[in-house]
Each structure stands twice: as C-alpha cells, then as structure tokens.
Write a new protein. Sequence first.
Lengths: 530, 335
Amino acid sequence: MSFRLSLFAGVACAALGAMGASAQSLVYCSEGSPEGFDPALYTAGTTFDASSHPIYNRLTEFKVGTTEVLPGLAESWTVSEDGKAITFNLRKGVKFHSNANFTPTRDFNADDVIFSFDRQGNPDNPYNQVSGGTWEYYTGMSMPELVSSIEKVDDYSVTFNLTRPEAPFIANMAMDFGSIVSKEYADAMMAAGTPEMVNQAPIGTGPFSFQAYQKDAVIRYLRNDAYWGDAAKVQSLIFAITPDASVRYQKVKAGECHVMAYPTPADVQAMKDDSDIVVMEQEGLNVGYLAYNTKVAPYDNPKVRKALNMAIDKQAIIDVVFQGSGQIAKNPIPPTMWSYNDAIVDDPYDPEAAKKMLADEGVSDLNLKIWAMPVQRPYNPNARRMAELMQEDFSKIGVTVEIVSYEWGEYLDRSKAEDRDGAVLLGWTGDNGDPDNFLAVLLGCDGVGASNRAQWCNEEFDKVINEAKVLPTQAERAPLYEKAQVIFKEQAPWATIAHSVVYMTMRPEVEGYVVHPLGGHIFNQVGLSQ
Amino acid sequence: MLNYVLSRLLTFVPTFIGVTLISFMFIRMLPGDPIIVMAGERGVSPERYAELSAQFGYDRPVYVQFFEYLGGVLQGDLGTSFVTKRPVWDEFFTLFPATLELSICAMIFAVALGLPAGVIAAVNRGKFFDRALMSTALVGYSMPIFWWALLLIIVFSGNLQWTPVSGRIDLLYYFPDPTGFMLIDAVASGQKGALFSAVRHLVLPTIVLGTIPLAVIARQTRSAMLEVLGEDYIRTARSKGLSPARINGIHALRNALIPVITVIGLSVGTLLAGAILTETIFSWPGIGKWMVDSIFRRDYPVVQGGLLLIAVMVMIVNLTVDMLYGVINPKIRKR
C-alpha cells in the first residue's frame, strides 16, 4: 500500500493532474508486467521494455534496428594495447530525471558509472543486497570474472580493467544490465531508509521519465524534455498491459492501442489483410535447435548426426509449428548477425540418403529420445508438435522416437547432464548481437555440462572462437567465426531448426517504429501522425 | 448468537494452521527449482546455485524453513517476492481490490438474475420458460470461460464497439487510486465521465465471471423452490387465498434460500478460480493472474502467501454465510 501512496505522491507533485491519453500519447499494448524498474536486477525482455529502453541510457547503445554499437553516455572509448584496459570518456551535461522524492543536484558523471557496476559485482556495496539483488545478467555474462577493477580517472572518464582481452565487452556495456543509475538518488534513498525505491520509482537519464505504475495494468511515462539526445516524438508513453494476444489484437483494431507485441501467428495473415493495421516483420536474433548428446554412442559419430539431420523436414516444421513465422536455420547464429556464413549449404532433406548413411555406419534399430520443452519460446512455439513431426520424419529412416518432457526447471537442469539420454529441443536468443554470445556459450568446451547441451567439445572449433574473442575489430574476428560455422556444419552437434520471425502490429498513424533485432520494443523515436 | 460466532471462529485456528502448511508444501512439491527457472536457458553454475540457495534460505531443512515462515506469518510478514522484490503483503493488497470489485459485481449479477430465473423456472415447472431457462443455465455452466470471453469481446467490443476491449478504465482518465476500487476512486476523482468509463469496463468481465455462478444459482434456486412448493404450509397458504406473489416471493423463497446461500458461499471459490482466466483475458490487474504467474516462476513466497490470504478470504466468506443461516433461520443459531 505504501508503494501505491508513494506513487500517488510522486504523481501529485509532478503537478500534472489528469494527464490525458491525448494525440500526443503513444499507447503500447505490452504482453506482461515488468518485474521492477531496475534493469540490472532482472533478465526478462518485458522488464527491459518497461525500464531500460525508455528510462535509462548505457555507456554504449545498440543502434535501434541493428546490432551496431554506438556511443551512449560514453562519447568515445579507448582500448589499451594489451586489450585489458578500456577507458570510457563520458558525455557532459547529461541530466537525471527527478521525482517527488528526489531532485538531482548534479549532472551525470563517473561516480554514477562506478556505482552502477560496483553494486552488481561488489558484495560490500550497500546496494548489493538491496531488493534481493542476484544480478543474474551481470553474473551470467561472466562480468565478475572479467572485470578486475573500475577506476575513476576524472569526473568524466572511467577505466574498466579486465582480467583478459574481451572484444564483446563494448557490446556488453550496451546491454540492459549496463543501464546507468544515479548514485546521488541511490544515496538519498538509502539515507531515507527506502533503498528499494531505486527499483520501484526509477530515476534515469533516458528519453522518458517514469510517471506511475499501476501493477499489472498501466505504466505511464512522460517525455524527458531535458534529454541529451534526440527528444522523444510523443509527450507521453503508456504501456497498457494486456497478456492475451487475441485481446491485444482487438485493442489495436478498436484503437485502444497504437502498437502491440507478439501477435498470435494464426492472426498474422488477417492482420496483413486489414487496411487499418500495419504489420512489420524481422528475423529474430535467435535459433532453435535439436542438440544430440555427442558423448553418447552412436551420436558421438558426426556421420550419424548428419544422417539424422538429413531426415528432418524443416520446411514442414516451419509451416506447421511456426505457421510461416519462421525461417529454416542452417547455421547456429541468425542471419542478421555479423559474420553469418551464408556460403554454407544446409543438409538436404533426403530420407533415402539418410537411411543409407546410417546403414553405412552400421547403425540399425536406433531408438532416440527427443526432449520436448514444456514452454513456448519465440525460437520454438510448440516443442511437442515439433517433436511429433521429427518422430514421423525419423520413422521413415527406421529410427524409433520416444518423446519425453519435464517441468521447465527440471528440463533445463536434467538436459545439462553429460550422460543425458536423448536429444534436446532448445534454443537461444542473443543478448548483445555478438557471435561469441552464441558460439562460445552454446558450443564452447567451457559450456559442456552446462549451456552446451550437445556436450560437444571440438578442439579446432574452440581454438577458433577463443582466438576471435580477443581480436579487437569485427573485420578481424568475422573470418574466424565464419570458419567456426564451417566446422560446426561438418560436425553437426545440432540439427539447426529455425530462426523465428518477429512481428509487430500497429495502427497506420504510428510513424518511425523500427523492429529491433535484439528483441526490445523501443519507442524513443516513434511518433503519431495527426 | 455470540457463542455461535465464537465457536465458528475457533474452527479458524486449525484450518489456518493447516492452510499455512499446505500452501507452504504445495509449491515445494511441484517439480522445478526456482533458481533454475530464474536462470532460464543461460543456466547457473553449481557455485552460483549454492550462493543463491543460501541467499534465499533454501539450503536449510524444509521444516526449519516452515517454522521460520510460520513465525513470519504470525507477525504479519509473508515474505518478499523474489521476482518483483516487493513484500507479498503489499502486492496482494495492491491487487486484491480489483479482484474483489470484479467478484462482487459478478456475484451481484449472478444473484440478481439467477434467483428470479430459478423462481420463475420452478413456478412454471415443465413449461416453456422452465425448459428455456434451465437449458440456458446448462449452456452457461458448461461454457469455457476463455471462449465465452473472447466471443463477447469480438461481438460487443470489436464489431458493435459498445464496450471497451479490456482494462479497468479508459487511459484518458488518470487519477490516484487510494482504495484500489475503481468505481470508488473514479467517483472520488471528480473527473467527468470517469465513473461511466469504469462501469463500461466492468460490463463484460462481470458477465463472463458471473456466468457460471449465475447458472448454478438459477438451478439451485429452482430445485430448492420445487422442494418447498410441495410442502404442506404452501398448500395451506394457497388454500387461505394468499396471492401467488406472496406465496412464492415470501413464504417459499425464504425457506428455499438456505441451500442457495450455501451455493453462493461456495461460489466464492469458483469466482476466484474463474478470476484467473477472466483477469488474464480482460487485462484485469487482480490476484488471479498474479498467482498463476508466480506458480510458473516458482516464486515461493508469493504462492504460499497468496494461497494463504485467499484461503483466509474464503474462510471469512464461509463464516459470513454461516452467520446468514442464523439470520434466515433462527433455529440454527439456537442450536
């Protein structure tokens, strides 16, 4: 109740009265509620849409619609010769938002940068345990092992000292956990005995300031007129939380929302046929796959894996499971990612050849378990159906399939086991647009027994991706990743299945919306025609 | 009457302890570990897992966790959601008014239509009205809530545009919500048209949530009325020349109400179960959807605390129903 009252106070003091959803208000029908508003505490895209994108900035930013990294709160950066010290030169004159409980007395500076990261990695920081902080994204990206120290050079430059050269580090800084929070605000809230307000009533430097959140219903933002970058095109931004996709569609049709996320694939054609609705699409930065256990015979034989891959009718999967909203995957990284090797030819769908290959390897009467995920994901909207289609495909080459499934937590846990029985349907959505985020995490030797569900450790592949990781430029790294994809295709630890296509549905008056490949819904430069 | 109330209140204690234990064990008996679910596809290293287990207190024996939880509950501390990082108590009371408002409206709708429908059907037993009303009630009872809600939205919000699609009030209106009850807050805001907008937003969710209780109440009223209408005192009343309205409306209905009130009391549980789907479809920010999300996320504090609070609410409603028996039938309170 106190939270509601504090929001009420904030709203009242903002002296905005009854701010209407006028023509200058953009209404976005979002699919769920944010867990909170401090992005570093969370890992869900729905939370980032509501927090890091409108409210905060990062040292570097992804250019909307691409995975290109641009300067953000850091105007520039320099990398030491050994690649282990990165100094960010900070932007001057950047203002933090204010609310009923806080008015900043100074501009953004190095103290805010150090605080934003120190609280995530330093157990002695007073904010480390606030709001039950587990800092999953920060730890998940191996930042505690990577960052040895953060030094303030002066008020407007900060040096990150790393334990090893790490090319994706600059892109990591553009990720949501890198959102810069105000140290002054955090100190003020700690002194007031309400440190959780940093999460509940956020203060950032972004294009919109937080106005109010009615839990599970509506989030309201106001344009930040003191924004350092290009000002937002609408006066206010409203998230109308609408969990059901069919209802979101009806709301867009009725004009109650301007933009909606995640339409049901079955509705997409009707939306495209409707002249009052605009549908945008882009390949998602994800991949869905079937990971064999390469440590268990006969799946330790690349030819057997290759034969199984050739028995899968991927087009049927795209048509039935994705209902057209996907594309066949031939590589372990999506086509929108730099270094994607388009020269690679996918395994052909050829059950007869597959059958012969299995016979040549002396494999007969093969029984395979396929693990079907119990949850929907963009990279696999219906794993059970996908498994059934594969069961049918494999039966044509004499392989008997048993489909198994577990509760999601169990599924994730058991599928990591190195002696796992069966092939696992799973997938991945990229974090930072860097190939290392797919290839090293999902296929590197360090991931065996963890995120590498194929339990595949190939020395040549590992050497190539580790070399690429420490090179400073994309131009130098790309050929190595292209080579890694060739090795992957030869060795076939997975059957690569699909990359999803992401759809965004909006009304015709919405201008300037760009579908972001990293999955966020960003309204900073979206306007409404009169 | 006081003794009766006290004896009913005493039964609260074992029920409360039982519910606390069941709600605590329920989520732990489900497969799935909250830390692994939280980490998702990324996974979590054994060291990190151990750290987080210690942080959340899951590394201790379950009985230690339970007694600590029980101690907290008795002091009014239901724990903190490890998803939103907010106290369960705060979350519940932020969301509960929305569920309560919708449930009250749905119940008023169900009783206001169900009681007269049942009486009319009983009085016209075997005739067209009876068959039509009872067939409709059967359809209403069997209707999947999800399908019914979408159908109403498509027809009344999409095609006819008589009602809004979802939400509690038009986004045009923005005012503080100190009580959490939109109808009250809309009136208190003084904004022109706010109350009307809130009422329009309530129409479809009320119909959807109230449909099953309406069908149950109508059928129960009919059967209770039929039983009472066959009693001797009704025949006596008829022979005395009392008007049918007086016989049916006062003498018969009052005696038929006891089983109907029991059904209404039990419908509270149905309403809360129905609220899960209704709230999801109509984007209604209540406790139904909150609980479901928490189960999927294995958010132990929210699931155990939420279940406990809901159970207490149901217990209070049932106690109220028991009190009502006494009001309607003085014999009960004298026992």
